[in-house]
Design a protein around this ligand. Structure first.
Ligand SMILES: *[C@@H]1O[C@H](CO)[C@@H](O)[C@H](O)[C@H]1NC(C)=O
Ligand SMILES: *[C@@H]1O[C@H](CO)[C@@H](O)[C@H](O)[C@H]1NC(C)=O
Ligand SMILES: *[C@@H]1O[C@H](CO)[C@@H](O)[C@H](O)[C@H]1NC(C)=O
Ligand SMILES: *[C@@H]1O[C@H](CO)[C@@H](O)[C@H](O)[C@H]1NC(C)=O
Ligand SMILES: *[C@@H]1O[C@H](CO)[C@@H](O)[C@H](O)[C@H]1NC(C)=O
Ligand SMILES: *[C@@H]1O[C@H](CO)[C@@H](O)[C@H](O)[C@H]1NC(C)=O
Ligand SMILES: *[C@@H]1O[C@H](CO)[C@@H](O)[C@H](O)[C@H]1NC(C)=O
Ligand SMILES: *[C@@H]1O[C@H](CO)[C@@H](O)[C@H](O)[C@H]1NC(C)=O
Ligand SMILES: *[C@@H]1O[C@H](CO)[C@@H](O)[C@H](O)[C@H]1NC(C)=O
Length: 490
């Protein structure tokens, strides 16, 4: 759906503006503009009656009938010489065999979404130049192989999403000019070895999304032109057949079943100088792979794996964004010690019990460690003279913060300690001159006493709305504005 929207926007943006002045619109109910006959969202139950023929075939070539209530397309209802017909969001149940005849040699693009036909229309048998076919949310049971083979002679882009593909279709083999193939929400578990054989040197983008694949299709092994491979939301374990001759720039393997970091590291080697985007979120990796050779990668997200070895892996040196959210890491991974471009330590929801200043570089500015198991901050927890401006330790069982723990982060502006186990406010907070957000909310063991009165000036220098949390029955801010007044002066 998302891709389709992009395609539509791209399509509209080139439509141009301004009326083709002097031309009568071919349908009274529609607007003709540029090359478009625009009949979108008009509550039409049938294609309107043609009031004029398209006498000048350089003019109206794109017919948009999206979002109406059309149930059928009958012969002779469409103007001749169309290049593109968009019929998305219509419950089209039947298309006359000859419906597209007048555009048989010109029609390049055809779109359906939410159609009701269950058999690929015979009208496709008469198309000689169809290059782009998009069908979404249409319960096709009979693929009419002859019709599909016919368009297979010319099709370059094929998008099929939620069309009820339960096994790999035979007609697929005959498509010889594939450039972009997108198959979503299908339930086949494997793809024949010869599936893409005919488009080995033409296929550039392949997406098989939200399916049941367990391996990268072997049929990709010898492809030479592939640049983008999207296989997210399958159950892929085996990566053996990623194409070793292609200069691939994008691989999306998010939400699969990849556990073998060694294999991953091996199969991506051919893309050392081409791979720019790699999606590995939601797999089963337990060790961080060695991806050091991927020179074009700037950002890597290992979220929602099972990483538990903090000493594993090597990251490409150009990485500037790295995420380890939702893993099982017991400490900050070693890879952070070498990445001079990374400014964010992003590892919420791990099993970190302790942090050490030597684990990461002073260049880090944001420390995101919420939902871990850190119970104590010591004098050595942060690098000396570090650039940290924000520390989020929400939902860590922190019982103790040493007096010097935060003195090595002179630029700290934001400190979050929600749900800590602190019982008292640390007195050294008063020396944090740049803080303006202090959040200790839901720290249920926290009490404020007259012993913390020395924090009064500090607390009152902060914006009231940025001091969050209660001690006992009163808010921390309130304690220092009112109750602590009655404490004896020190
Ligand atoms: C669409 O047409 C039907 C009758 O064909 C009418 O009941 C309905 O109100 C119309 N809807 C809009 C939005 O015009
Ligand atoms: C379109 O052209 C055909 C044949 O030239 C003619 O019979 C028909 O009446 C024309 N239709 C309109 C709406 O002008
Ligand atoms: C056809 O369309 C083009 C472009 O709008 C225009 O320049 C030309 O005069 C038109 N020809 C006729 C016969 O209408
Ligand atoms: C439509 O095209 C097909 C194939 O060229 C042809 O057999 C058929 O007669 C045409 N139908 C009409 C109404 O022209
Ligand atoms: C790839 O090419 C090699 C060598 O030509 C051949 O042996 C192998 O069968 C091909 N694999 C596929 C999946 O086409
Ligand atoms: C891949 O890129 C390299 C280096 O840019 C180039 O020499 C090679 O021909 C490319 N291979 C393909 C299959 O495009
Ligand atoms: C994931 O892969 C493992 C083998 O590596 C296998 O045992 C398991 O069944 C797979 N899980 C799914 C959901 O496919
Ligand atoms: C920290 O910074 C201060 C002032 O910029 C400098 O004097 C000191 O040497 C630095 N210490 C370290 C360990 O880099
Ligand atoms: C504090 O905890 C309560 C109940 O668990 C929750 O509803 C609330 O959002 C929490 N507040 C903050 C600031 O985390």
């Amino acid at each position: 759906m998302f891709l389709w929207v992009c395609v539509m926007i791209a399509g509209l943006s080139i439509s141009g503006i301004g009326f083709a002045s002097g031309d009568v619109c071919l349908y009274q109910e529609c607007d003709c503009q540029g090359s478009y006959i625009e009949c979108q969202s008009r509550n039409l139950t049938s294609v309107p009656k043609l009031v004029s023929n398209n006498t000048n075939n350089t003019v109206f070539t794109i017919l948009v009938l999206d979002a109406n209530r059309l149930t059928k397309i009958v012969s002779g209802s469409l103007p001749p010489n169309l290049r593109e017909i968009s019929l998305t969001l219509n419950p089209i149940a039947s298309i006359d065999d000859d419906a597209f005849n007048q555009s048989a040699t010109t029609l390049e693009t055809l779109r359906f979404d939410g159609a009701h036909f269950t058999r690929i229309p015979d009208a496709f048998l008469h198309l000689h130049n169809l290059k782009n076919l998009y069908i979404y949310n249409t319960p096709i049971r009979d693929w009419n192989p002859n019709a599909m083979r016919n368009i297979g002679n010319t099709i370059e882009t094929l998008f099929l999403g939620s069309v009820g593909l339960t096994s790999w279709p035979d007609w697929f083999h005959d498509f010889a000019h594939f450039y972009n193939v997108y198959l979503a929400d299908s339930s086949f578990t494997s793809v024949p070895d010869n599936a893409f054989a005919m488009s080995e040197n033409t296929l550039v983008t392949l997406s098989i999304i939200n399916g049941r694949l367990m391996a990268v299709p072997k049929s990709l092994a010898n492809h030479t032109a592939l640049k983008s491979i999207h296989l997210q939301d399958n159950q892929i374990t085996d990566l053996t057949w990623l194409p070793h001759l292609s200069n691939v720039s994008d691989i999306d393997l998010n939400f699969n079943n990849i556990s073998d970091a060694g294999m991953l590291s091996y199969v991506l080697r051919p893309y050392a100088n081409s791979l720019k985007n790699l999606g590995l979120v939601g797999n089963q990796l337990t060790v961080i792979p060695d991806l050091s050779y991927l020179t074009q990668i700037g950002s890597l997200d290992f979220g929602r794996n099972r990483l538990s070895d903090p000493n594993s892996g090597v990251m490409p040196s150009n990485v500037y964004a790295l995420s380890f959210a939702f893993n099982w890491l017991p400490s900050i991974p070693r890879v952070y010690r070498h990445l001079t471009g990374v400014t964010e330590l992003f590892m919420p929801s791990n099993l970190v019990t302790q942090i050490q200043g030597s684990d990461f570089l002073p260049l880090i500015m944001f420390v995101l460690l919420e939902n871990n198991l850190i119970s104590e901050l010591t004098d050595d927890s942060f690098p000396l003279n570090s650039s940290i401006i924000s520390v989020n330790l929400n939902n860590n069982p922190i019982v103790k913060i040493s007096a010097q723990a935060l003195s090595s982060i002179p630029r700290l502006r934001e400190l979050r300690l929600q749900q800590s186990k602190l019982t008292r406010l640390p007195l050294f907070l008063a020396s944090l001159n740049h803080i303006f957000v202090f959040d200790i909310s839901n720290s249920t063991d926290l009490v404020c006493t007259c012993e913390e009165k020395s924090l009064q000036m500090w607390i009152l220098s902060l914006p009231p709305e940025d001091v969050l949390g209660n001690c006992g029955d009163t808010s921390v801010y309130n304690f220092f504005t009112t109750l602590s007044q009655s404490c004896p002066t020190q």
